[in-house]
Design a protein around this ligand. Sequence first.
Ligand code: GLA
Length: 387
Amino acid sequence: MKKNNLLVASLLAASLLWACESKKSESTQGTSDSLKVEQSAFGKVSDSTQATLYTLHNAAGTTVQISDFGGTIVSWTAPDKNGKFDDITLGCDSLSGYQKGVPYFGALIGRYGNRIAKGQFTLDGKAYSLAKNNGPNALHGGLKGFDKVLWKATPIEGEEPSLKLTYTAKDGEEGYPGNLSVEVVYTLQKDNSLKIDYKATTDKATVVNLTNHAYFNLKGGFDSDILDHEVTLNADKFLPVDATLIPTGELKPVAGTPFDFTKPFKIGARINDAKDEQIKFGLGYDHCWVLTDSTKNLKLAASVYEPTSGRVLEVFTTEPAIQFYTGNFLDGTITGKGGKVYKHRFGLCLETQHYPDSPNQAKFPSTVLKPGETYETTTVYKFSVKK
Ligand code: GLA
């Protein structure tokens, strides 16, 4: 069995390397054939609608596959320190896997990413009620959030290929006010980074908090957890939560706590600190860190280093905060791509965003979007290697 896996893995690696080599030679010859955005059928969403899988690649050999179903990043390859490309993001082989209800693997999240307490908020004096899909709270846009809808996709070919996705959420959809027109553009850049530009406008005051929910395992292969990944977060405060993971309202200094990632720490070093109430509530890390640089500039928010592969992931964002989630709810019940079982903490998420529950917490930066305004944020996930 192991031998077979090895054989399959080496054939796969060889084919990826081959693809990479052929792309390189084509691009040096000045053709752009290899940089076309390929399209393939991904499965049936309903009797009349089909999902498509778009494959973006750059001259450096990186491939990112995105579906118009949920705007989902289905696969994403990155080179290790020996130049070997591996898929580093958790997901499913086909649409049906995503339709079964996986925990937001690679998906676009909206209209409001993260939690809203008791599924309720008041805006301009009017009370709104959302589905409680996470204990007593609303999570990630509701029962059918942006992760479960079919987006309209427009591929844009070139040296830095893009996929433009648009979706209009109706006034009242999932309980939120306002027709919200959303545009998300994924761009695979030459330097092995994936840029995500989010834009939205509304015809009625509403709340918006968009993000992507990719789960990373930088080791490649999906055979082990992420506890040996070393994480740095450029955040000197985090948001403590109650037992239902709603922020208490306090911005707590990370200094002296297991939440201090201002210097690199292995995830596993303090994740099981039984004495820490916040670790207990999160079942590990499942919290929002407040970035030290509170400007809207694109700044480095987080970096992750995986020592065996040498892969480094840096996350840059214009957002004020980042949810760091360590796959605490993964429990081995989901079989993902290539038959790999996603066990406890096999993936980590770095979800750039505004603070959870902002619609109910006046002291948090506002997530209200009004007619005439444009919601605009950018996040960049960049891969490199450290030898
Ligand atoms: C988010 C939440 C987690 C969990 C995951 C999906 O990141 O913060 O608590 O719900 O999504 O399982």
